[in-house]
Design a protein around this ligand. Structure first.
Ligand code: NAD
Length: 485
């Protein structure tokens, strides 16, 4: 085992979980056992909530300009530790080193946004009547929780940690049990940055801990990022316990390629979007709709896909179960009559025989009823459908229950606007394969890709992590105005 067993992090210390149960943390790169994750129970969560609750009065009363100083230092520490963090991310998640560096760079950008929060949370004051003022303030909620998935071991935790904590909350993080090591490193960096003990805590585990978070009477808000199936469970359970909840789910993102699209640029973008992070991105291109004759572009997409080599510029998928699931989808599509133009099944990487790899896969002549057209595959696979018109393409995109992202590739501005207006997705790209809005713009999908109000990052997160206090004051009894008692 490369690292010691992974403990919880409560009140500024790494501590054993109380259940005595554990699970192995395996690297998808080569099957090496990295650690044993100690699984927590409700007692561990209670300990973390008590620690967070105890420090909340002091932390929330610390002026925001002081609170964000921690995140200026944290940002510098992320920069200093980028190599260590990226290596850890690749080891536990399987993505390439370059992709992990990009992930940590994104953490830096997210933290940079948090340091600007004092500029964004100034309240409003207005003299509403002679001597009478109304004023608003953003007030921290209390103890909050963040439940995260495996595919971005550092970035998704950092969607919530800097903003929620800079805004005065104390947090319990529940990492994915598949990739808990990056979170532990984040805890150390936050401590080094001067975050007081108890403000940030980690409780490791699986379903039992997620349910305990949703039920805990002293947790005020829960953010969740993961699959739609679990997002629905968490959203229902947390809100039925009267908590604020924002739950981001899965995706099936459609790229619409028009015949006037620039062939080389489109092909590079499509191939990078479907294969980057081994397709394990909620913003990955998963379905492509070719409108009219785009055969020349599909040929180039295949050329680009063939340049993506597992174990070199393509990382592993998270585990064997995932590898088998992705390969089953490809085989099923083939049996249903789709044509596999580039086939990523049965991949073995020399020297990493126990790694779990799927090569880039391009499937053509997919029909909208096939499961590869409808379901989230979460692997480096693109399913190509064909239509004669843009409206037919939009009908396919609109019918899909998800709504994270959609993109169009065209040189026609009017057509791009037509699609932006009609695609049923929260994040739209024009000639962009992965249309993630950069800070300060907020991240969040529509439909079954998100449950709850607002987005998880950017300015939108301020509304989620704070409540508004409205005060009305009158300091001029001499005015004799008495329209408010
Ligand atoms: P997942 O839903 O299996 O797990 C997410 C979290 O929920 C983990 O911490 C896990 O321990 C917990 N969990 C799993 N099953 C549970 C259950 N039955 N009850 C309660 N908790 C449970 O997701 P994953 O496989 O870790 O991540 C991949 C998914 O996340 C994909 O669907 C992807 O699209 C999605 N995702 C979405 C976004 C977004 O912004 N919309 C971002 C990243 C990932």
């Amino acid at each position: 085992m490369k690292y010691p067993s992974t403990q919880n992090y409560i009140n500024g210390k790494f501590v054993d979980a109380s259940s005595q149960k554990s699970m192995d943390v395996i690297s998808p790169v080569n099957g090496e056992q990295l650690s044993k994750l100690q699984l927590s129970n409700a007692k561990d969560l209670n300990d973390a909530v008590s620690a967070a609750k105890a420090v909340f009065p002091a932390w929330s009363k610390t002026p925001i300009k002081e609170r964000v100083q921690v995140f200026f230092r944290y940002k510098t520490l992320l920069e200093k530790n980028i190599k260590v963090l990226a290596e850890l991310c690749s080891e536990e998640n399987g993505k390439t080193y370059g992709e992990s560096v990009a992930e940590i760079e994104k953490c830096i950008e997210l933290t940079e946004f948090a340091t600007s929060l004092p500029q964004l949370v100034t309240g409003e004051v207005l003299e509403v009547s002679k001597g009478v003022e109304c004023r608003t303030e953003h007030v921290a909620l209390g103890v909050v929780a963040s439940i995260v998935p495996f595919n971005f071991p550092s970035m998704v935790p950092n969607w919530t940690i800097p903003n929620a904590i800079a805004l005065g909350n104390c947090m319990i993080l529940k990492p994915s049990e598949k990739v808990p090591l990056s979170s532990a490193k984040i805890a150390l960096l936050l401590k080094e940055a001067g975050l007081p003990d108890g403000v940030f805590n980690i409780v490791n585990g699986g379903i039992e801990i997620v349910e305990a978070i949703c039920d805990h009477p002293e947790i005020e808000a829960v953010s969740f990022v993961g699959s739609t199936k679990v997002a629905k469970i968490v959203y229902q359970r947390a809100t039925s316990n009267y908590k604020r909840c924002l739950a981001l789910g899965g995706a099936k993102n459609h790229l619409m390629v028009l015949p006037d699209a620039m062939p080389a640029m489109t092909a590079q973008n499509v191939a990078a979007s479907m294969s980057g992070c081994a397709g394990q991105r909620c913003m990955a291109a998963s379905a492509m709709i070719g409108v009219g004759n785009v055969d020349h572009i599909i040929d180039k997409i295949c050329e680009e896909a063939r340049k993506v080599v597992p174990g070199e510029n393509l990382g592993a998928v998270i585990n064997k179960e995932s590898q088998e699931r992705i390969e089953r989808y490809i085989t099923e599509a083939e049996k249903q009559g789709a044509k596999i133009l580039v086939d990523g099944r049965n991949i073995k990487v020399a020297g990493k025989e126990n790694g779990t790899y799927v090569g880039p896969t391009v499937i053509d002549y997919v029909t909208p009823e096939m499961s590869v057209a409808q379901e989230e595959i979460f692997g480096p696979v693109i399913s190509i459908m064909r239509t004669n018109t843009v409206d037919e393409a939009l009908a396919i995109e609109n019918k899909n229950p998800y709504g994270n992202a959609a993109s169009v590739f065209t040189q026609n501005g009017g057509m791009a606007r037509y699609i932006i207006d009609r695609a049923s997705a929260g994040m739209i790209g024009v000639n962009v394969g992965v249309p993630v809005p950069r800070e300060p713009f907020s991240f969040g999908g529509w439909n079954e890709s998100k449950f709850g109000v607002g987005d998880i990052t950017g300015k939108s997160s301020i509304e989620f992590w704070t409540k508004l206090k409205k005060s009305t004051t009158k300091w001029n009894p001499e005015a004799g105005v008495n329209w408010m008692s």
